[in-house]
Design a binder for this molecule. Structure first.
Ligand code: AQP
Length: 350
């Protein structure tokens, strides 16, 4: 068996159905970046294709999670999916740990992926920081588990934010190498990332060079889905900017990271392009743009927060939706793992 990586550019011989998989970690409060980068796309895709949206709790424990909070956080992410408009009749919503096939396939993929590939992953470098030696092994192999999440459903498309681009490339490398090593052309698809639009990379409100993130110690850096109208407006008012008015064209916006971010957020929330935002607000200062952005953000995010609060008042209903989703997910995932094990040559009995 060859140990050389299969090129990610290998054309896919896959001919199975079009499927979508994505997930969010129950590692804290969801924010505007998660909403624009992922959730809005989930809602769009559920009407086009078979969708699996999991709450990736196995990923969340790659850094410490308080066991007393993890179940509640898992329900909260499910509530966010529902509040954003995901319909559990159309898409399966479930906790990753409830479908064992994810972990089983991840082990096989740990033996397919190469150390050199993982060494290049920038998210591990960012998340482990200067503390690499004390990071969990799970944090290092996180992208391998992500590949298993995707390929256990033979998902052909994955809606994610731009930060996940490198992990999606790794997923394609793993699929190509598995198909090649086990002489199974087209067994796994070469999954396409769906990363587009001005919401694909929402930056911190305090620092235009840093991604908006759940784990940022400053709550003012992000708009949480559960923030009330006053908090949203206050965070936008306090958002870091520069003293110049907004430019009239995109070219002049370059190099002004904070202004660019606010224009991008406005565009994503309004469903228009950044050029269209500048056509409307170019030449105006932040004194008039920020209140307009705050009104828009409150109009879009406010009702989602309301729905989340209402849904979280009925955890039994969320649990029913999660259990149903897990059952539907297992029906697709279990046979894929069985077939994968057969290709690897494992004993076929039970
Ligand atoms: N700032 C962002 N802009 C656009 N999309 C984003 N996503 C995350 N941040 C942004 C997308 O949201 C989905 C779920 O992300 P996740 O919670 O599973 O993991 P993450 O990328 O690690 O998110 P955070 O908020 O940065 O969490 P922490 O701080 O815990 O690491 C993914 O599709 C992601 O691309």
């Amino acid at each position: 068996m060859t140990e050389t990586p299969a090129p990610a550019t290998t054309p896919s011989a896959y001919s199975g159905p079009d499927r979508v998989l994505s997930g969010v970690q129950p590692s804290g409060a969801l924010h505007l970046g998660n909403y624009l980068g992922a959730l809005t796309k989930f809602v769009r895709l559920q009407d086009e294709v078979e969708c699996f949206f999991c709450v990736v709790d196995l990923h969340a424990i790659t850094v410490w999670q308080d066991p007393a909070l993890l179940t509640a956080q898992t329900r909260e992410i499910a509530a966010a999916y529902l509040a954003a408009g995901v319909d559990p009749k159309k898409a399966a919503i479930f906790p990753q740990s409830a479908v064992r096939a994810h972990a089983e396939l991840a082990w096989i993929f740990n033996c397919v992926a190469r150390l050199g590939w993982l060494d290049r992953m920038t998210q591990f470098k960012e998340k482990s920081g200067k503390n690499k030696e004390r990071s969990s092994v799970g944090l290092y192999t996180y992208p391998v588990l992500q590949a298993a999440d995707i390929l256990v459903y033979k998902a052909t498309r994955v809606p994610v934010g731009e930060d996940q681009k490198q992990h999606l490339e790794l997923t394609r490398d793993i699929a190509a190498k598995f198909n090649n090593d086990f002489a199974a052309p087209g067994f796994f698809p070469l999954t396409e990332p769906l990363i587009d639009g001005p919401g694909a990379r929402v930056m911190s409100l305090r620092d235009g060079a840093a991604k908006m993130s759940k784990s940022d110690p400053s709550d003012n850096s992000r708009i949480n889905l559960m923030d009330d109208a006053d908090t949203i407006a206050q965070k936008i008012r306090k958002a870091r900017t520069d003293p110049e008015p907004l430019p009239e064209d995109l070219e002049t916006l370059k190099g002004r990271a904070e202004a660019d971010n606010l224009v991008g957020i406005y565009a994503a929330l309004a469903g228009i392009t950044k050029a269209e935002v500048l056509a409307q607000y170019g030449g105006q200062g932040f004194g008039s743009f920020k209140p307009a952005l705050a009104d828009l953000a409150v109009a879009v995010m406010g009702p989602i927060g309301e729905r989340m609060r209402r849904l979280m008042g009925d955890p039994a209903e969320i649990d029913r939706i999660l259990a149903d989703g897990a059952e539907r997910a297992r029906i697709v995932a279990d046979p894929v793992v069985e077939e994968t094990k057969r290709l690897v040559g494992f004993w076929p009995g039970r």
